[in-house]
Design a protein around this ligand. Structure first.
Ligand code: SF4
Ligand code: SF4
Length: 59
């Protein structure tokens, strides 16, 4: 299992994470959020978020 954190203060809603990974979704009101953490395999592609808003740690 992995713990995925999205820092809402940094996210600008660019959708990079949601395009790259089905764990994420983006809504106009909350911007990026973790929709289904169970699908995470720990690849860390999402940590390439241009705003450095995402971190993934082994839980
Ligand atoms: S990649 Fe980063 S800035 Fe872009 S929507 Fe995801 S969390 Fe927000
Ligand atoms: S580590 Fe990989 S599988 Fe997990 S949320 Fe990030 S991009 Fe998706």
């Amino acid at each position: 299992m992995f713990k995925i954190d999205v820092n809402a203060n940094l996210c600008i809603g660019c959708r990079f994470c949601a395009v790259k990974c089905e764990v994420f979704d983006v809504r106009s009101d909350v911007l990026a959020f973790v929709a289904d953490a169970d699908k995470c395999d720990g690849c860390k592609v999402c940590e390439k978020c241009p705003e450095h808003a995402i971190s993934v740690t082994e839980a």
